[in-house]
Write a protein that binds this ligand. Sequence first.
Ligand SMILES: [Zn+2]
Ligand SMILES: [Zn+2]
Length: 352
Amino acid sequence: MNETMKALVYYEPGKYGLTDVPVPVILKPTDVLAKVTLAAICTSDIHQVRGEVEGIPYPRIQGHEFCAEVVEAGAEVKNLKVGDRCMVLPGTFCGQCDMCRAGRFLFCRDGGIFGGFSLEGCHAEYIRIPQADQTMFPIPEGLTEEDVIMLPDMLATGWFGITNGGFTEGGTIAVIGVGPVGQCTCLLAKKAFGARQVIAVDTLQYRLDIAKEAGIADVLINPAQDKAVKKLMEATNGQGVDLVVETAGIKATFDLAVRAARYNGTISTVAVPAAPFEVNMPDIVFRNLTIKAGIQNGSGIRKMMKLIMTGKIDTRFMLTHRAPLNDIEKGYDVFGHQKDHCLKWLITPYER
Ligand SMILES: [Zn+2]
Ligand SMILES: [Zn+2]
């Protein structure tokens, strides 16, 4: 194997590029060295290279959404063997270091999010995966990388938003911001959680069109064109919805979420806000709203894998763009600036 590989490296705020770096090596007996077979660009990668996530060290290889094939397994890896094609969780943790013991799993000395505070990422040809037995899931027979690439982060975040919001079958839901996470939320609400009504809200019309085309939204609202609250109230008999899942993490979307929820309703935010913002506390208090927030914790992954295997959910309609690692800088530009109706940019292996 070569000693160097191509990788998308974040050098400093605003500066990043495809470059040659050393191929990683196994450091611990529980590690796997894997070849990245398919990866995706996430909005948080874009925030990181712009320098909007405080404390991310650099240089750092970006990326945490991927599938990979085992190239070499450490001596204590039990469930994986060379050649296994796997879906990989966006992060891992050791449970033993000082950071883990303090409950700060994102900062684990041998884990955390790939491409984040402690680990190199997957926008590369190869990657070291710590705690591989708990981090890598072999892709079931009959499924491809494209069938499962959205599962560990995008679908898991949608699942978290719905369950953290206490949603019950037959309820109504509005999803504010239907990028990939929002689309996954609409899909799960409709096909897995038995929502009576799904309302998709976004200022980018092409995203609403994608949700409509996929049959996962009953009502489409574009606040850039419609009076959003008026249209939402008309669609819900003036009541508002049981649950609002908010995916954007800015004041405008949160304010809309507060107005979209019914009396006693819930707002579940899954966004990672880039900066603090004010919330409308009087409206929240006088309408008895419940606010839930957090980062997904990987729950629901096995159940969703079954739903994919049985054809109940299919996220492939979201995979609008794909190109080899060679073109990843273009991918960051197109996906990062929402050009060319890009909903998700997939990265296939580097072509020499
Ligand atoms: Zn992600
Ligand atoms: Zn740790």
